[in-house]
Design a protein around this ligand. Structure first.
Ligand SMILES: [Zn+2]
Length: 270
């Protein structure tokens, strides 16, 4: 049974009809045993509100709340307080996605840094797992996580791991292993299926299977063979199949292990 550890039912390009259809498709996959659940990930306050609402509506849906570096410019302390309130809800399982994106630079870098730090502090106060988005800022993201205590003993004692997940990780095998030794989890999305992505294939080969999660980041990053189409949580299957191939495991084993990892990371027990 597959678990999509990072998706966006809250994507603003979906009409409410499309969103409903998407929920129904995943609900059917849950009912017939192909999927066990998904985490709807907030990227600003409105999308975090939506993610929390989706988690209230669908038994298999969980939420993360937080502000993406692209949207850091929309943040203020009042909104941060509201994110903190949402985080207290039962099925809100993480703060995220938060981090730095120096590829697009859609928010000023200092504004990104400020809200990344403030949201790590919030996650520490609330003792919650953190989902990280990092692009062209790998080392600085790691440095800030360390400085803000994301790998503290307190967090490790609480979770049994650091409670840090590198979403759609694009770093090297060596960098991935550095994170794993610090107690983090690594998640891979559709790009691992892309031709010539040797770097991510090598990274997946190196990272222990009990620290790997699979995700779609739908509606983006559609895996092969559906690349070019709009992504859906069901396509997490193709990323899991690629991980299985790299690890020399069966698809079924990979689906079970990555689902268990996602549940352990997010602290979901059912
Ligand atoms: Zn995302």
């Amino acid at each position: 049974m597959l678990f999509d550890s990072h998706t966006h039912f809250n994507n603003e390009d979906l009409t409410s009809l499309e969103r409903q259809a998407l929920f129904n498709t995943v609900d059917n996959a849950v009912k017939d045993g192909r999927m066990s659940g998904a985490v709807d990930i907030g990227f600003d306050l409105p999308s975090s509100e939506m993610a929390a609402e989706h988690a209230r509506l669908w038994p298999w849906c969980y939420a993360a709340v937080g502000c993406h570096p692209h949207d850091a410019k929309t943040m203020d302390d009042e909104k941060l307080a509201r994110i903190g309130q949402l985080a207290a809800e039962e099925k809100v399982v993480a703060i995220g996605e938060i981090g730095l994106d120096f590829h697009y630079d859609l928010s000023d870098r200092d504004v990104q840094r400020l809200w990344f730090r403030k949201q790590i502090r919030l996650a520490n106060e609330l003792m919650m797992p953190i989902t990280i988005h990092a692009r062209e800022a790998d080392q600085e993201v790691m440095d800030i996580l360390v400085e803000e205590g994301a790998f503290s003993d307190e967090r490790k004692n609480r979770f049994g791991h650091a409670g840090v997940l590198l979403h759609c990780f694009s770093g090297s095998a060596e960098f991935g292993m550095q994170y794993v030794r610090m107690g983090a989890y690594i998640s891979v999305a559709g790009p691992v299926t892309y031709k010539n992505n040797r770097k991510t294939v090598a990274m997946v080969g190196a990272v222990p299977i009990d620290r790997l999660l699979v995700e779609t980041d739908a509606p983006y990053l559609t895996p092969v063979p559906f690349r070019g189409k709009r992504n859906t949580p069901l396509f997490v299957e193709y990323t899991a199949r690629k991980v299985a191939e790299i690890k020399g495991l069966s698809f079924e084993e990979t689906a079970e292990i990555t689902r268990d990892n996602a549940k352990r990371f997010y602290g979901i027990d059912e």
